[in-house]
Design a protein around this ligand. Structure first.
Ligand code: HPA
Length: 273
């Protein structure tokens, strides 16, 4: 079955099981699952129930599609995402974005845990992503292009919606939450970077680095969705002495910053609605 038909089947299944018709989709990163708590009137579909959906394997990712509301705005939230390093194809990694688009999602909000490379950043900082550098070894749009899903050569001049970035900055200011902005470098992992790699990624223009978000952004832009994305800086790679980074520390720092991120996302989603 081709990708387009799979997406239609998935969308038909979701529509027949859920009455909500959200225009906002949210994908949560490592350690940020607590954001699910800001959603009311939840209806949950487990990934394993949904046709063509991959199933999540990573610690800290639960693997369910949550439908509900934030204020009066309907949302669909992916709790647990698929990473390329887990061995999924790019089609699988980005399939949920295609499915969201097919059920009517127009704005996608992405979050992740990321390593900081900007010397002004500290652990626990939030960074609004203004742009990205794609260093994944495979492009999610490589291969046959189905024009029903998007154009062959998508424009990427505004990968992250400037209006949403401005709105989030204003929300953060009102809530008294400090936010940074910067460029996210996406690469495959699963190793964290070597000191030389962090220095290099900073030299080429990166402020934060992580193993997600870029494929989903690309597929969302292919489908002409607006994207807003935010990183929690969970470790600082740039240092004069070696810094050991563990997944546990990443999760812990992400968990600690999750309420700040949730507050901003909650407000932003209501403004979009
Ligand atoms: N590098 C890559 N991915 C990450 C990092 C990092 O330092 N921190 C959290 N995710």
């Amino acid at each position: 079955m081709n990708l387009f038909d799979k997406i239609q089947e998935t969308a038909a299944f979701i529509r027949s099981h859920v009455t909500a018709r959200p225009a906002v989709g949210i994908i949560l990163g490592s350690g940020l699952g607590g954001l699910t708590d800001i959603i009311s009137k939840k209806v949950v579909l487990h990934y394993s129930q949904i046709p063509h959906f991959p199933v999540s394997t990573v610690k800290g990712h639960s693997g369910e599609l949550v439908f509900g509301t934030i204020g009066d705005t309907e949302v669909v939230l992916m709790s647990g995402r698929f990473h390329y390093y887990e061995g999924y194809s790019m089609d699988a990694v980005t399939f949920p974005v295609r499915a969201m688009k097919a059920i009517g999602v127009e704005t996608l909000i992405l979050s992740n845990a990321a390593g900081g490379m900007n010397r002004d950043f500290g652990i626990g900082d939030l960074m609004l992503i203004t742009d990205h550098i794609n260093l994944f070894p495979e492009h999610p749009l490589r291969g046959h292009n189905d024009d029903r899903l998007g154009t062959r050569f998508p424009d990427m001049s505004q990968p992250y919606d400037l209006t949403l970035i401005s709105a989030a900055k204003e929300i953060a200011r009102k809530l008294n939450i400090e936010v940074k902005t910067g460029v996210y470098v996406g690469l495959q992992g699963p190793t964290f970077e070597t000191p030389a790699e962090y220095r290099w990624l900073h030299t080429i223009g990166g402020d934060a680095v992580g193993m997600s978000t870029v494929p989903e952004n690309i597929v969302a832009r292919h489908g002409d969705m607006r994207v807003f994305a935010m990183s929690v800086i969970t470790d600082i790679g740039i240092s004069d002495t070696p810094v050991v980074i563990t997944h546990e520390e990443v999760l812990e720092a992400a968990n600690a910053a999750a309420p700040k991120m949730a507050a901003i996302v909650a407000e932003l989603v209501q403004q979009i609605g």
